[in-house]
Design a protein around this ligand. Structure first.
Ligand SMILES: NC(=O)N[C@@H](CC(=O)O)C(=O)O
Ligand SMILES: [Zn+2]
Ligand SMILES: [Zn+2]
Length: 344
């Protein structure tokens, strides 16, 4: 088989950033995906309907129109966000979902939620109106080992929230552990998870391969190989609770190659190709379309895309660095040759 054609996919977790980085990054996502759930962790974060409308306009202006790309906006939950504001945004078709960052869990999360249980009135409203909750699922306590923070979050936070709000639809974003796979499998139909392209390929050793490798550092950090294997099995399983969300997160090369390097992997230029490579290695190319193009819209209660994309089997050399004006970024798979290439 030399080509692979599938329904145009969506990306249910992206960081498009703002300003010059937005101008640089947005087209890579729009070229591959019809729609994307856009993360609100700008500085300052997107907490109001007006801010989300303005950001959506900037995204639309940054993307070449022939892509026909639709950004789906999210509200950044804070300790004092008003349920009326997010409900108004949802009803106006501006907010698709709310994003929960535990305070200080990840990039630009300082304004996040300090005590999830104080947001009960917000979750109550979201549950009532059918607005999904997207979660960065890690506890932030310095006493909890960084490799355990996702697992502990399931026990201390997510489980209790699901018990209190059984009808609230929740996406546990960018899962990295076998524990999360099992948790989502065992939960009701109201819990789903996204899986990134990079967590399907790297394990924690990638961060220390012959030296410190900042471009393999993201949050949640990659875990042991056994967890990667569990993620791979979940992704190709055909279980509609697991779908595509790249968490493409561009940072400048100099911000990552630093004494305190930023977390995030820029996968947008090669995202669908990377997933295709993994699915092929798993003998499951026929399952890619469900994962990439069907299960996400089904969970979000949105129509499937009409268009198609085609990948061709041809050596696809990924550059070491991608640059334009003041932007220099090392992409995921830099310096490697991938099997598949998305045709324009
Ligand atoms: N994934 C990351 O490592 N970084 C993301 C934030 C996030 O998704 O947690 C970013 O905004 O850079
Ligand atoms: Zn996150
Ligand atoms: Zn993210």
């Amino acid at each position: 088989m030399d080509t692979l054609t599938l329904r145009r996919p969506d990306d249910w977790h992206v960081h498009l950033r703002d300003g010059a980085m937005l101008e640089f990054a947005a087209d890579f996502t729009a070229r591959q995906f019809a729609r994307a759930i856009v993360m609100p962790n700008l500085s300052p974060p997107v907490t109001t309907v007006a801010a989300a409308r303005a950001y959506r306009d900037r995204i639309r202006a940054a993307v070449r129109p022939h892509h026909g790309f639709t950004p789906l906006m999210t509200a950044y939950l804070t300790d004092d966000i008003s349920p009326d504001e997010i409900a108004a945004g949802f009803e106006a078709g501006v907010f698709t979902a709310c994003k929960l960052y535990p305070a200080n869990a990840t990039t630009n999360s300082a304004a996040g939620v300090t005590d999830v249980f104080k947001l009960a009135h917000v979750f109550e409203r979201m549950q009532a109106i059918g607005m999904p909750l997207l979660i960065h699922g890690e506890v932030v306590s310095p006493d909890i080992d960084i490799f355990d923070r996702e697992k502990v979050f399931l026990e201390t936070t997510l489980g209790p929230v699901m018990k209190d709000f059984p009808e609230l639809r929740i996406v546990l974003e960018h899962i990295t552990t076998e524990d999360s796979v099992q948790f989502v499998e065992a939960g009701s139909e109201n819990i789903a998870a996204t899986i990134t392209a990079h967590h399907l390929r790297i394990d924690r050793n990638a961060m220390f391969d012959g030296g410190m490798r900042p471009h393999a550092y993201c949050l949640p950090v990659a875990k042991r190989r056994l967890h990667r294997e569990a993620l791979r099995k979940a992704a190709v399983s055909g279980n509609p609770k697991f779908f595509l969300g790249t968490d493409t997160a561009p940072h400048q090369k100099h911000d990552k190659e630093s004494s305190c390097g930023c977390a995030g992997i820029f996968s947008a230029p090669v995202a669908i190709e990377s997933y295709a490579q993994t699915f092929e290695e798993m003998g499951a190319l026929d399952r890619l379309e469900g994962f990439a193009s069907e299960f996400g819209p089904r969970f979000y209660k949105l129509p499937l895309n009409e268009g198609m994309i085609t990948l061709e089997r041809t050596g696809h050399a990924v550059p070491d660095v991608m640059e334009d004006a003041d932007i220099r970024i090392v992409p995921f798979h830099a310096g490697e040759t991938l099997t598949w290439r998305l045709m324009d």
